[in-house]
Design a binder for this molecule. Structure first.
Ligand code: GLC
Ligand code: CA
Length: 556
């Protein structure tokens, strides 16, 4: 792997970045919705956990058709979450605590309540505002058929009729019209928005649906071969809507803006592209610099999948002279402490929608695997993302009642897919259910919390040596010395020898750290003289390593 050197500008390359879903983190004013003041009062928690940065999911004004990813004003704070003053204060306090702040930017689409879209609709065909979005006449004699077969990510056609035979494009909910990035004013407005937040002092951006901005909008529009697939169907950039070559020019123009700051702003792309090397192009140094490839999220608890993924990811980032980005969980996927209990190949959406009944998982086994996986994540060279609640070992809430579901997938799929609410339930801070487990003082909560959240409360886990929280804290502290001491440690795999080795993965970093995981096999004896730094299973240092456990050690 390439040694990139390390300066202030490179802080993110070895950072642990904690993802905060603001509505579900902490609620200072008790209205049941998490807010910026709630985060502000929890900075001590984040500092003690040992994270280097936080990434805030969207906190902008939004009608909440998609949890805030439907933005109606890009340069403001949703009054239910706080104000610009609250934002500035939070940013300042984070910086004082040595924590960087990155924010979500949502450039593929906005809210249908965004002033531009309202004007586009109100002014009708011929309005210049229509060119900032994707309006087309329907097919058929009476223009009643959608212009193409493109399908929304949340189900149903990606085209919404809007009168007089016209349709507009929305790759997500119908309340999220897609921008036309061929329009210069769209490009300029986003540069203006990002400058607005850069000038306030944010340290970087997470770029939503980054592979979707550039579309082939030459008429006549082309159908997709497999309309349902939400990943690009071509590996040469020729899919009409995803991962097109022209998208990279957009990010080069963003990089020119980011580099006007000292240190330059970082950015990380969200791309749900399939596993091809094209995903790494977003991380080129003249573009965003970093990208999620979600490959660990897609792994079942399986040694070969993990090894293959880690190798491929390291090589891929190396090929564009960037550093790897690792992620096990986010606000879009079922929580690792449950998901990892599923057998390889399980259909996540179907499992969530069945309320966790098909298949039923062994929750204890899943929790054990999640701890073992966390020590893999945090041993890997590069930057690691931790989603709020993962440090508590919080399982997925699979019991959300249909009437409480907020995710738009539920309605748009005709009640087939329950969606992502199960990982977005407000966090438990204390064991007091009258205060929504310490989420606030009133007990209100925009998504109901299950009773068992009590067993995962911060106050309960704090100071308990066998808790997930203390495991994360120790791992983050050790990581500073054993992983992040070098800009980018060399990583190699030691071929397994002896008992249990078929199911073992043994990583070695050039810092001297060994990370040994037993996935499913017989117990493994630790090498003679191994000095154990940390174990995911809480067993005493010299004990053999049972299955679903990871140990960090040094040779002596
Ligand atoms: C991204 C977000 C997801 C959102 C979608 C549309 O995938 O992570 O939460 O629904 O984009 O903005
Ligand atoms: Ca609130």
């Amino acid at each position: 792997m390439v040694d990139t050197g390390m300066s202030d500008a490179d802080w993110w390359r070895k950072a642990v970045i904690y993802q905060i879903y603001p509505r579900s983190f902490r609620d200072a004013n008790g209205d049941g919705i998490g807010d910026l003041k709630g985060i502000d009062t929890s900075i001590g928690y984040l500092r003690d956990l040992g994270v280097d940065a936080i990434w805030l999911n969207p906190f902008y004004p939004s009608p909440l058709a998609d949890g805030g990813y439907d933005v109606s004003d890009y340069r403001n704070v949703d009054p239910r979450i706080g104000s610009l003053e609250d934002f500035d204060r939070l940013l300042n306090h984070c910086h004082q605590a040595g924590i960087k702040v990155i924010i979500d930017i949502v450039p593929n689409h906005c809210s249908d309540q965004h002033p531009w879209f309202r004007r586009a609709l109100a002014e009708g065909p011929g309005s210049p505002y229509r060119d900032r979005f994707v309006f087309r006449q329907g097919k058929g004699k009476d223009h009643s058929q959608p212009p193409t077969n493109w399908v929304s990510n949340f189900g149903g056609s990606a085209w919404e009729p809007c009168g007089q035979g016209w349709f507009y494009l929305h790759l997500f909910a119908k309340e999220q019209p897609d921008f036309n990035w061929g329009n210069e004013l769209v490009r300029e407005d986003f540069l203006y928005t990002m400058r607005f937040w850069c000038d306030r002092g944010v340290d970087g951006f997470r770029v939503d649906v980054s592979h979707g901005l550039a579309k082939d909008l030459t008429d006549p529009l082309r159908d997709r071969t497999d309309p349902v697939s939400q990943v690009p169907q071509a590996v040469d950039g020729s899919d009409p809507i995803f991962d097109r070559n022209e998208v990279h020019e957009i990010y080069r123009s963003w990089r020119r803006l980011f580099d006007q700051y000292q240190p330059p702003k970082m950015a990380v792309a969200e791309t749900w592209t399939p596993i091809t090397n094209r995903v790494f192009d977003y991380a080129r140094s003249d573009e965003l610099g970093a990208v999620f490839d979600f490959s660990l999220v897609k792994c079942a608890w399986n040694r070969d999948q993990y090894m293959e993924t880690i190798r491929r990811t390291c090589q891929g980032f190396g090929s564009v002279s960037s550093t790897p980005t690792w992620v096990l969980a986010s606000h879009d996927v079922p929580r690792a402490a449950s998901r990892l209990g599923l057998p390889p190949g399980a259909d996540l959406e179907a499992w969530v929608s069945s309320g966790g009944t098909s298949p039923v998982i062994d929750q204890r086994a899943a929790a054990r695997r999640a701890r073992a996986a966390a020590l893999i994540l945090l041993a890997l060279p590069g930057s690691a993302y931790v989603y709020q609640g993962e440090e508590l070992g919080l399982p997925e809430d699979l019991e959300i009642r249909p009437e409480d579901v907020k995710d738009p997938s539920w309605e748009r799929s005709g009640h087939r897919f329950k969606g992502r609410d199960g990982c977005r339930v407000p966090l438990p801070w204390t064991q007091d259910s009258r205060s929504a487990f310490g989420f606030n003082r009133t007990g209100r909560s925009w998504l109901p919390q299950p009773d068992w959240f009590r067993d995962y409360a911060v106050s309960y886990e704090q100071g308990r040596s066998d808790s997930s929280l203390e495991l994360y804290r120790r791992a983050l502290a050790l990581r500073k010395e054993w992983v992040a001491r070098l800009p980018l440690p060399e990583l190699s795999f030691l071929d397994g020898q002896g008992k249990g080795s078929d199911e073992a993965m043994h990583l070695i970093l050039s810092t001297g750290l060994h990370c040994l995981t037993n996935f499913e096999g017989d117990s493994i004896d630790l090498p003679d003289g191994a000095r154990v730094l940390l174990r995911s299973d809480g067993s005493s240092p010299s004990q053999p390593l049972e299955s679903a456990a990871t140990v960090w050690f040094t040779p002596q």
